[in-house]
Design a protein around this ligand. Structure first.
Ligand SMILES: [Zn+2]
Length: 72
Protein backbone atom coordinates (compact mmCIF):
# COMPACT_ATOMS: atom_id res chain seq x y z
CA UNK A 1 0.00 0.00 0.00
CA UNK A 2 1.41 3.35 -0.96
CA UNK A 3 -0.29 6.52 0.15
CA UNK A 4 1.86 9.45 -0.84
CA UNK A 5 2.55 12.50 1.31
CA UNK A 6 0.33 14.84 -0.71
CA UNK A 7 -2.61 12.48 -0.34
CA UNK A 8 -1.95 12.07 3.39
CA UNK A 9 -2.00 15.84 3.81
CA UNK A 10 -5.25 16.15 1.86
CA UNK A 11 -6.93 13.53 4.03
CA UNK A 12 -5.61 15.09 7.24
CA UNK A 13 -6.91 18.50 6.18
CA UNK A 14 -10.27 17.06 5.14
CA UNK A 15 -10.57 15.40 8.57
CA UNK A 16 -9.40 18.62 10.26
CA UNK A 17 -6.67 16.55 11.92
CA UNK A 18 -9.30 14.60 13.87
CA UNK A 19 -9.94 10.90 13.88
CA UNK A 20 -12.88 10.46 11.49
CA UNK A 21 -14.50 7.91 13.80
CA UNK A 22 -14.15 9.24 17.36
CA UNK A 23 -13.03 12.81 16.52
CA UNK A 24 -10.07 12.75 18.86
CA UNK A 25 -7.27 15.12 17.90
CA UNK A 26 -4.11 13.87 16.26
CA UNK A 27 -2.18 16.62 18.04
CA UNK A 28 -3.26 15.22 21.41
CA UNK A 29 -2.28 11.70 20.41
CA UNK A 30 1.09 10.18 21.27
CA UNK A 31 1.40 8.65 17.81
CA UNK A 32 0.49 9.85 14.34
CA UNK A 33 -2.85 8.64 13.11
CA UNK A 34 -3.16 5.94 10.53
CA UNK A 35 -5.09 5.81 7.27
CA UNK A 36 -7.94 3.37 7.23
CA UNK A 37 -9.45 1.86 4.10
CA UNK A 38 -13.24 2.23 4.15
CA UNK A 39 -13.50 -0.71 1.77
CA UNK A 40 -10.59 -3.05 2.53
CA UNK A 41 -8.11 -3.69 -0.26
CA UNK A 42 -8.90 -7.38 0.02
CA UNK A 43 -12.43 -6.50 -1.13
CA UNK A 44 -11.28 -4.31 -4.00
CA UNK A 45 -10.80 -1.06 -2.08
CA UNK A 46 -8.40 1.46 -3.57
CA UNK A 47 -5.82 3.92 -2.21
CA UNK A 48 -7.96 6.81 -3.49
CA UNK A 49 -8.80 9.70 -1.20
CA UNK A 50 -12.47 8.77 -1.04
CA UNK A 51 -11.69 5.28 0.20
CA UNK A 52 -9.41 6.47 3.01
CA UNK A 53 -10.21 7.86 6.43
CA UNK A 54 -7.93 9.33 9.07
CA UNK A 55 -8.17 7.05 12.10
CA UNK A 56 -6.50 6.94 15.50
CA UNK A 57 -4.89 3.65 16.44
CA UNK A 58 -7.76 2.65 18.67
CA UNK A 59 -10.37 3.14 15.95
CA UNK A 60 -8.24 1.60 13.23
CA UNK A 61 -7.90 -1.53 15.36
CA UNK A 62 -11.61 -1.54 16.00
CA UNK A 63 -12.44 -1.22 12.28
CA UNK A 64 -11.26 -4.76 11.66
CA UNK A 65 -14.22 -5.98 13.65
CA UNK A 66 -16.58 -3.73 11.66
CA UNK A 67 -15.16 -5.13 8.46
CA UNK A 68 -15.82 -8.65 9.67
CA UNK A 69 -19.45 -7.67 10.11
CA UNK A 70 -19.98 -6.10 6.70
CA UNK A 71 -22.69 -7.90 4.81
CA UNK A 72 -21.83 -7.90 1.13
ZN1 LIG B 1 -10.58 7.35 16.85
Amino acid sequence: MTINQALRQRIRRRARFLCEYCHSSEEASAALFTFDHLLPQSLGGTDEEENLALACHRCNGRRYHFVDGIDI
